[in-house]
Design a binder for this molecule. Structure first.
Ligand SMILES: Nc1ncnc2c1ncn2[C@@H]1O[C@H](COP(=O)(O)OP(=O)(O)OP(=O)(O)O)[C@@H](O)[C@H]1O
Length: 261
């Protein structure tokens, strides 16, 4: 990790009713880090990201971004880029309308953002549909639009929730290279994903959250020192999961016999 702390989290806790989802997260993230935030379904990844974005209130502990507490502060949001898990709400807009709208929200001039968005669409191979409605796009095309929208204002830190979902293998390579380039130019990237092969290749630091706590924190090589195999195997070992074969066979037994277990 680099010395300059961009994001600092101490003893972060969050409850929904009686459900304590985050149980004391501690974390320092440096400039240029590419963090892969992984963990089982329901572990608290999106909750963490939403807190960092200022979208969720009611947490305890301290969260500082760019050295300042995020509580009662909005100026840091201008320096953040966000890719949500899904954004169906904008389906009725064309890519052009959506991207220029987002760019203008960040204070960019219409002509400037229009030119920028079109050029970025061209690089990602989807310039032909710039003026088409997002509802007509494939999953991967929508994802590319979301990625572009998170970068239009040249943010210093990116929060991406499942950023590569739906992207084909060629696009994954391009986005991976874009992330490395952004990191080399001093941007910090914090993303969550379930695609372990990608996390293994892209991140220079992996955080594994399980049951509201950080279970592992380090590069893939450091995690491999603790536990053996691919990141998928390390994930299974660290989260204590070794029931995949019996679960699969029970599942298929029920399909075949109709019996309950
Ligand atoms: N708004 C909410 N109200 C009540 N419970 C919530 C809310 N948002 C999340 N939760 C609960 O918090 C827990 C963590 O959810 P979260 O979405 O952070 O998990 P996640 O790690 O992102 O999971 P996934 O990998 O499935 O996306 C879950 O038990 C979920 O039901």
């Amino acid at each position: 990790m680099n010395s300059k702390s961009i994001l600092s989290i101490s003893n972060l806790k969050m409850k929904f009713g009686d459900n304590e989802v985050l149980k004391g997260i501690n974390l320092e993230v440096g400039k240029g880090d590419i963090i892969g935030y992984i963990g089982p379904n329901g572990a608290g990844k999106s909750t963490t990201i939403k807190i960092l974005l200022g979208l969720l209130e009611g947490f305890t502990g301290e969260v500082k971004i760019f050295g300042e507490s995020i509580v009662n502060q909005i100026s840091y949001k201008k320096r953040i880029g966000y890719v949500p898990e899904s954004s169906d709400i904008y389906d009725n807009l064309s890519a052009q309308e959506y991207l220029t709208f987002i760019g203008e929200l960040y204070g960019l001039e219409h002509d400037q953002v229009n030119k920028k968005a079109k050029s970025l669409m061209k690089i990602l191979g989807i310039e032909d549909v710039y003026e088409s409605r997002i509802s007509s796009f494939s999953k991967g095309m929508k994802q590319k639009v979301l990625i572009i929208s998170s970068l239009l204002h040249n943010p210093d830190i990116l929060f991406w929730d499942e950023p590569l979902s739906g992207l084909d293998a060629n696009s994954v390579i391009v986005v991976k290279e874009i992330l490395s380039t952004l990191s080399l130019r001093g941007k910090t990237i914090f993303y969550s994903s379930h695609i372990m092969e990608v996390v293994e290749k892209i991140s220079n630091r992996i955080l594994l959250i399980s049951d509201g706590l950080i279970l592992a924190d380090g590069s893939f090589e450091q995690l491999r020192d603790k536990s053996e195999g691919s990141l998928e195997e390390i994930f299974n070992q660290l989260t204590g999961f070794n029931e995949h074969q019996s679960l699969a066979s029970d599942f298929v037994d029920i399909i075949e016999t109709g019996d309950s277990i």
